[in-house]
Design a protein around this ligand. Structure first.
Ligand SMILES: CC(C)(COP(=O)(O)OP(=O)(O)OC[C@H]1O[C@@H](n2cnc3c(N)ncnc32)[C@H](O)[C@@H]1OP(=O)(O)O)[C@@H](O)C(=O)NCCC(=O)NCCS
Length: 191
């Protein structure tokens, strides 16, 4: 069911909504990610975990205003050490609509769904000052290891077990599964 965006004051003062991503949204989501992250995005370590793997369909959401795509969030399934987890991202908002709370609203909605689905944790590589707003915290350097170089200051995690719980996961971050083996060279697979 679509979720009306609600401001900090609790008043519904926006026309846009958050709803699950549909198959027909995919080309626009890809375009938004291309505009937001550029061609260099595929070289990032996080993409080694996405090669050949579909995003978690039940955690892919879009912010829309009618037929217009305003923002998008997706998650990829990963395994850290022996535990299942989620990799947050890409998260992107149309350049001319940033700063209106769309990014935070997409994250809050998706984090709530991930918790309801029983996922224990979420990790990401990103800007701490932004993600701290939805509860992420920097992980101790070396606690989790991505398949490739990442800035340790940008490795963040969130426990979904209970509010403010310490994140106990540690180990290598690996793909949880492969959906498209032909495209799946280059990263270790769990199990
Ligand atoms: C990052 C992004 C998703 C934020 O979306 P948004 O809808 O503009 O974010 P919100 O409106 O919910 O939040 C805006 C607030 O977060 C702050 N913020 C945004 N990006 C930030 C960042 N990278 N670091 C620190 N603060 C940030 C803004 O300054 C603003 O602060 P304010 O509320 O005090 O004015 C959007 O800027 C974007 O698509 N960027 C390009 C893609 C990208 O970098 N994605 C994140 C990957 S790490």
């Amino acid at each position: 069911m679509p979720v009306a965006a609600v401001s900090e004051s609790g008043m519904s003062d926006q026309n846009w909504q958050i709803r699950p991503e549909r198959a027909e949204d995919a080309p626009l989501v890809e375009l938004l990610n291309a505009v937001s992250f550029g061609p260099g995005r595929y070289a990032k370590s996080a993409y080694r975990l996405r090669d050949g793997v579909d995003p978690v369909a039940s955690l892919s959401f879009v912010a829309v205003d009618g037929a217009n795509l305003l923002g998008s969030i997706r998650f990829w399934p990963v395994v850290i050490g022996m535990e299942p987890s989620l990799l947050l991202g890409p998260l992107a908002v149309q350049p001319d609509l940033r700063g209106r709370g769309i990014g935070i609203a997409l994250m809050k909605h998706a984090i709530g769904e991930a918790r309801a689905l029983g996922y224990p944790s979420i990790v990401l590589v990103g800007d701490e000052p932004y993600y701290v707003r939805v509860g992420f915290a920097r992980l101790a350097p070396g606690r989790i290891k991505f398949p490739g170089p990442v800035d340790p200051a940008r490795v963040l995690g969130l426990s979904l077990a209970q509010p403010n719980a310490m994140l106990t996961i540690k180990g290598e971050v690996r793909r949880a599964r492969i959906d498209h083996p032909v495209a799946a060279d280059g990263a270790a697979v769990a199990g």
